[in-house]
Design a protein around this ligand. Structure first.
Ligand SMILES: Cc1cc2nc3c(=O)[nH]c(=O)nc-3n(C[C@H](O)[C@H](O)[C@H](O)COP(=O)(O)OP(=O)(O)OC[C@H]3O[C@@H](n4cnc5c(N)ncnc54)[C@H](O)[C@@H]3O)c2cc1C
Length: 479
């Protein structure tokens, strides 16, 4: 453990050198070694930090936080750094350290009988899913970044993903948390209880806080029986509104066994093929697509359910064409189209990415109106709207007119955001359905924050973090 009075003796050293002195060289990266931790996932933004601290245990996280606090440095917690709103990347102020959880990778306990596990914050989501699968269990959080994002980051962002419509957001999967607070003390709340109504549920405060209230070091989570039957289908539709009708029908007819329902535009196939040339594209030339997954375990017959559901979809005229995966490899190929579409957009160049939600009943109307406004005011831009239909969550991304030149890309991205948000406000939508606020959406968030909400958020932040050291500049600015 560190000795806090060392700071007094090392006052004339640089902050980085003081951190090495206080914590030992194994825990502290400085100089060039810090750069990868200060770059966002897309590589659009590169900042810097005084140091990157790499604790291996909860007491070491406490020591790191205390050391940073003693030097009055801001602390930016980091998991897999896959966040899309610059929450895990320090500001370039030169007054912040990154604390990465990448060395805290133990699954502390796996309780098959209680359908639960206690997992350290630095465990990569995909590795955790594989570990519990070996015990016949299932952790339902599923997202494109799961090979890199870490459980602590998932909780700190309250991540969503493709299975939310059945299993909820990360918040719904968390039983308890262990959190290092800004003064270095420990919130010990790794409960394994599913029901516990003893007053205000304090752990909720840290979920979705994006590291502004403390550093999550471990999480207790709910697990489910692994679904041993999964049916995946790609369906072609006459228009986006039909995807929503098909979703409603699936909710009623698939006995709550639907685990994913994504919609994609025709351009999805083109973008996916650009990014992954070996991909098989089984359907092309239709106005809209839905990717549906039904899954279950035990005595139900999932294949028969999918077959009957598709029969009714074709009879009603909602589905024009479709393919059902006949193997795990084919199902993966269909999901790769969904992920390849994202990669294809990134490969074309910088573009406006959004993560918004509107009430499901108005989703098709919103997309039509927003895309019309964008193409009217920005001829030459290309809109790609896709997403998790069941959650009313649309990623309406806008690729600017690249022919206008590199220096016009940022102004076009700002303009696209303004046009889309103006439509979104008329629909009472959210500017962040799942990615959070971070530093990227702070201005848009603050502009829409009611006074009473702001006052509550400010009071909570000041009570938990009176010296404002935890992730400064993330979510809201405090004077
Ligand atoms: C290809 C791709 C697909 C994606 N798909 C989805 C999707 O479908 N749904 C979705 O919700 N998101 C998605 N994301 C966004 C991202 O993966 C999630 O937000 C994820 O939960 C971030 O986890 P991370 O470990 O990478 O966190 P980071 O990026 O490292 O951090 C994110 C935020 O959490 C804070 N934080 C990280 N760890 C901790 C901790 N231990 N304690 C306290 N605060 C912490 C950071 O300070 C930062 O504010 C996607 C990203 C990519 C690149």
């Amino acid at each position: 453990m560190i000795e806090m009075d060392k700071t007094a003796q090392t006052g004339d050293m640089s902050p980085a050198a003081q951190l090495v002195e206080m914590l030992g060289p194994d825990l502290v990266l400085t100089g060039e070694a810090t750069l990868p931790y200060c770059r966002d996932w897309h590589g659009d933004v590169q900042t810097g930090a005084i140091a990157v601290l790499r604790p291996r245990s909860t007491p070491e996280v406490q020591a790191c936080v205390k050391a940073a606090a003693a030097l009055r440095l801001g602390v930016v917690p980091q998991g897999g750094n896959t966040g899309l709103v610059l929450g895990a990347v320090p500001e370039s102020s030169g007054a912040q350290v990154v604390i990465t959880l990448e060395r805290m990778t133990q699954v502390r306990t796996l309780d098959v009988d209680n359908f639960s596990a206690v997992v350290e914050a630095g465990v990569v989501l995909e590795q955790f899913k594989e570990t519990v699968a070996k015990a016949g269990l299932f952790f339902p959080l599923t997202l494109g970044a799961q090979g890199s994002c870490r459980i602590g980051g998932n909780v700190a962002t309250n991540a969503g993903g493709v299975n939310v419509l059945r299993y909820g957001m990360t918040r719904d999967l968390v039983l308890g948390l262990e959190v290092v607070l800004p003064d270095g003390s420990l919130f010990e709340g790794l409960s394994l209880l599913r029901k516990d109504n003893r007053g205000i549920d304090l752990k909720q405060m840290f979920i979705g806080a994006e590291g502004t209230l403390g550093i999550i070091t471990a999480v207790s989570v709910k697990l489910l029986p692994a679904p041993d039957q999964v049916a995946t289908a790609l369906i072609a539709l006459p228009k986006l509104a039909d995807a929503i009708d098909l979703y409603r029908r699936a909710r009623r007819e698939c006995c709550d066994l639907m685990s994913a329902f994504e919609f994609m535009p025709p351009l999805a196939m083109v973008l996916a093929k650009e990014a992954m040339p070996d991909l098989q594209i089984p359907l092309t030339g239709y106005p809209a697509y839905a990717l549906i997954e039904i899954s279950g375990s035990g005595l139900v017959d999932i294949d028969a359910l999918m077959e009957r559901f598709l029969e009714t979809a074709f009879e009603s005229g909602l589905a024009l064409d479709g393919v059902v995966a006949q193997s795990h490899a084919q199902a993966k190929n269909l999901w790769d189209i969904r992920e390849g579409m994202n990669l294809g957009q990134a490969e074309r160049g910088r573009h406006m990415r959004s993560d918004i939600s509107v009430p499901l009943s108005r989703l098709a109307e919103f997309v039509t109106e927003a895309e019309a406004a964008l193409t009217a005011e920005m001829p030459g831009c290309v809109c790609v709207s896709y997403g998790h239909i069941g959650d009313g969550n649309v990623h309406l991304n806008v690729m600017p007119d690249y022919s206008l030149g590199e220096d016009q890309i940022d102004p076009q991205i700002s303009m696209a955001k303004k046009i889309m948000n103006a439509v979104l406000d008329r629909y009472d939508g959210s500017i962040s359905a799942e990615h959070g606020i971070g530093r990227l959406k702070k201005e848009d968030f603050e502009a829409r924050l009611p006074d009473v909400h702001r006052a509550l958020l400010t009071s909570i932040k000041r009570a938990v973090d009176p010296h404002l050291i935890m992730n400064p500049g993330c979510q809201i600015d405090l004077p």
